[in-house]
Design a protein around this ligand. Sequence first.
Ligand code: UDX
Length: 436
Amino acid sequence: MRIVMIGSGYVGLVSGACLADFGHHITCVDKSEAKIDALERGEVPIFEPGLDAIIEHNRSAGRLDFSKDLAAPVADADVVFIAVGTPSRRGDGHADLSYVYAAAREIAAAVSGFTVVVTKSTVPVGTGDEIERIFREEFPGKDIAVVSNPEFLREGAAITDFKRPDRIVIGTEDPRATEVMREVYRPLYLNEAPLYFCERRTSELIKYAANAFLAMKITFINEIADLCEQIGADVQKVAKGIGMDKRIGDKFLHAGPGYGGSCFPKDTLALVKTAQDYDSPMRLIETTVAINDNRKRAMGRKVIAACAGSVRGKKIAVLGLTFKPNTDDMRDAPSITIIQALLDGGAAVHVYDPEGMQAAKEMLGPVTYGNDPYEIAEGADAIVLVTEWDEFRALDFKRLKSTMKNPVVVDLRNIYPVAEITRHGFSHFAVGKKTE
Ligand code: UDX
């Protein structure tokens, strides 16, 4: 099959590379010359474990190529995926679909013969209908079916998520498109990943409903964590205890500094807006969004409280900046709000992250960047663990204590058992449990 991926960002590159690995021929297209030039030189512009090897392997096998030009590869394609960005529109929180519609028009102008156009970008319910209207009214005579096929990849685990998905959701009622999509995912289907066919609007909503539900689950356990701190219970044990009930499940019940990233904050907001537009408000999700926003600020206050109520003139060492480990993505990372609160409180903030410091430089205020945890902990009044990178899981607390000014650890991801830190003479603050 000849497949074109429009948009060589995170989703486009991962999906393109994995589909090539299944034996299809993929052309990844992007308007950014710099990006395509880099990819052609063999450089991968995003950090995702395992992605560079898959790209390299399929490029040399002749199954994966890159192009700045959309028209030529689309003319030969059986399937064209739209994987361009859908950022939150400034001001109103709606998803900005201008890139999606621009891509759709360019695709329609270029296709020849029956072509399936698939939205992989997260698009609000009804976007497929609008694309279909554009094709019908502006490009009559072109034979195109519009399909929704949302992506459920997690950053940092994207390759496994693509190759071993819980399900593949495909929204179409067109029998020819159904057959084509079966063919695209045949290798996965043989892997026993269920293909779930439904109407296009239903498929579009599944993506938002899934992300909103997961965001709500995290927010629920975060509120339980706050209560645990007040009543002297342990949130990790509560999560385990409720997660053993299969109706609840044990995933996405880790209390922490609030969710961030490119999907949950944007998608929950977009769902809230869609629901309001259709006069069917989703109060649970509106509240989830508000609680999560407040939580990031509250985490700043938690650190200040751990420093005896003030960080003025104190040195705070922040370990981990990205919204989660194994990514270089800083979008909506809790670290941004927490660090701002510390700077506002008069602290000197020193930070270290294994992959996120480049992106952080455009997003954080006046902080000092260090090369490792021990360097930034020197003379510090507190260490704050914000992202649970593996390299923070076995810190040498003896060494840290010998160089810090005050032995205080605020573990916002609960990666250390209380006893492990306190036995080294540290004051220890965690999330959702009494520690002192
Ligand atoms: C998410 C969805 O998981 C994925 O299916 C969707 O398609 C895109 O959005 P991603 O944003 O890459 O993926 O990260 P994810 O692993 O889901 O984590 C999102 C945020 O929630 C992170 O900030 C993470 O730290 C936080 N989180 C996650 C928690 O605080 N607790 C948890 O138990 C799980």
